[in-house]
Design a protein around this ligand. Structure first.
Ligand SMILES: [Zn+2]
Length: 502
């Protein structure tokens, strides 16, 4: 029976966010050895959906032996602590060596990690794997489309497969594709890849794949897939990574030699570059958002609205606790508002001490140190408490086991605010529903998310009633407001005059 090693280190590092610690990974996802093996066979796995797809596709073709080594992920954060990262690589190395011989390796990674002492941790992991298994064993990796890809990453594996949807509803499909590539390589296929990096960092909220320039270039890339092409990957990249690896990437893998891969990659990169002026973010001011919410709360005949705090998206390394929108809506006495996850462990713990029904002075951000996460105080009633364990209901993590940590639903004037203890993006309706909140009855919904919420909240909110709010945060889409330090320059749109040719 074929033996396939499974391992991955998954992190999206925001260059403006605080260092990602071991504790964050242990809280968010840490699956090693037997526990990892049990998880991939469970009804609601914690491991990434790509693994579910990979396992399903392998199972479809008969018996095989999964060899689970170590899968860990952090919620998007800053660069990972170097000592911890080295420990992870050492554990992976020892686990993989002990598992030899293997017939393939599958790595589901995010691809936009940085470490405090390593600019390219994803490449470090891939190269470690290649060194141990040698040049002949298929090594296939899947990447988030926000990956900041490098030549080293491309060189170390046989095929890189990026997501093609944002919100990422194709994670499982990409895992299936990875299994298909592994199986084709077992049958003798020898892929060659070509990589192109563009000096282009599109703002996060211009990277949706339902419509717009990124949707168009993905469609164009797909049209280039023929019998010679194994995979076309076009990565928008993680703009706020602020790393030497910043920039959109095109990776094409061919069954028919390097020249074919290069020709197709050049063609796609040229089309992508020609369209760069279209990556312009659309935002609504806080004043307009507050006025809209107040009006909507008072007049039941108006349709409900969704306000997205895209700048404070924990899924992009935001702290998940800025108070601009909360303050604005509370101060203006907005009604019928529900606000999703606000990361504040001390406040959640206090609510659990006081109990449901208690009225108290809620002090937000009493221990937070990031300057953008300002403190706020308001009288609040504890409506409901929860231990935070849940299974995704609707959205990109539907069916997946997740954990918010000790959590509470607070009533603050006409607002109901979810407070949680593990920092994560508001991307599933269950984060409200676990508290008995009826999302369909709310007048205004506020989420700290750049865009993944769209795959969950589309049940109630078409695009025209979703507004990206222009408030400060570690993921501000207006790039000129950040002091980029490490990303290569010149780069578009920070340097509008930059030129590029294949
Ligand atoms: Zn992503």
């Amino acid at each position: 029976m074929k033996r396939v090693a499974l391992l991955g280190f998954s992190l999206e590092s925001n260059g403006h966010a605080p260092v990602a610690t071991e504790a964050e990974f242990r809280d968010y996802m840490w699956l090693e050895g037997e526990a990892f093996g049990r998880d991939i066979r469970s009804a609601a796995p914690e491991s990434p959906p790509e693994i579910r797809g990979f396992v399903k596709e392998m199972d479809r073709h008969g018996p095989w032996t999964p060899v689970p080594i170590l899968m860990t992920a952090g919620g998007a954060s800053g660069p990972v602590d170097q000592r911890f990262f080295e420990d992870v690589v050492a554990r992976m190395r020892a686990g993989l060596k002990a598992a030899l011989p293997v017939d393939a390796v599958y790595l589901p990674e995010h691809g936009a990690a940085t470490a405090t002492g390593d600019d390219d941790p994803d490449a470090t992991v891939f190269e470690m794997v290649r060194e141990i298994v040698g040049p002949k064993v298929p090594v296939v990796a899947t990447l988030d489309l926000h990956a900041n890809c490098s030549q080293r990453m491309v060189d170390a594996v046989d095929v890189l497969i990026g997501y093609v949807t944002n919100p990422h509803v194709d994670m499982e499909e990409r895992g299936v594709e990875a299994a298909e590539v592994v199986r084709e390589m077992w049958a003798g296929m020898k892929p060659s890849s070509h990589f192109i990096k563009l000096p282009l960092i599109p703002p996060s909220i211009t990277q949706n794949t339902d419509a717009g320039p990124y949707a168009d270039i993905l469609r164009y890339g797909k049209s280039k897939k023929d019998g010679d092409i194994v995979n076309v990957t076009i990565l928008s990249g993680f703009t706020n990574g602020d790393t030497p690896k910043n920039g959109m990437s095109v990776v094409v893998s061919s069954r028919n030699g390097k020249a074919k891969a290069r020709e197709v990659a050049r063609d796609i990169a040229t089309a992508c570059w020609a369209d760069r002026q279209r990556y312009v973010p659309e935002m609504m001011s806080l004043d307009d958002a507050v006025a809209l919410s107040v009006k909507t709360g008072r007049n039941i005949s108006l349709p409900p609205q969704l306000l997205a705090d895209v700048a404070d998206n924990p899924g992009g390394g935001g702290r998940g606790n800025t108070t601009w929108i909360l303050k604005g809506l509370h101060g203006a006495k907005a009604e019928g508002v529900i606000l999703g996850t606000f990361f504040d462990p001390p406040l959640a713990a206090e609510a659990h001490r006081l109990g449901e029904g208690a009225v108290f002075r809620a002090r937000f951000n009493r221990e937070e140190t990031n300057a953008l996460s300002e403190p706020y105080e308001a009288e609040a009633k504890i409506l409901k408490l929860h231990d935070g364990a849940c299974v995704g209901r609707r959205g990109i993590f539907a069916g997946r086991t997740m954990n918010l940590g000790p959590s509470a639903l607070l009533e603050i004037g006409g607002l109901r605010q979810v407070v949680n203890s593990i920092r994560l993006q508001m991307l599933d309706t269950v984060y409200f529903e676990m508290f008995g909140v009826d999302i369909g009855a709310a007048r205004t919904v506020v989420v700290k998310s750049r865009g993944h919420f769209r795959a969950a909240f589309d049940q109630w909110f078409p695009n025209e009633r979703i507004h990206n709010i222009d408030v400060p945060g570690l993921n501000m889409p207006v790039l000129s407001r950040f002091g980029f330090k490490r990303c290569p320059r010149p780069i578009f749109p920070l340097d509008p005059e930059v030129t590029w040719a294949p």
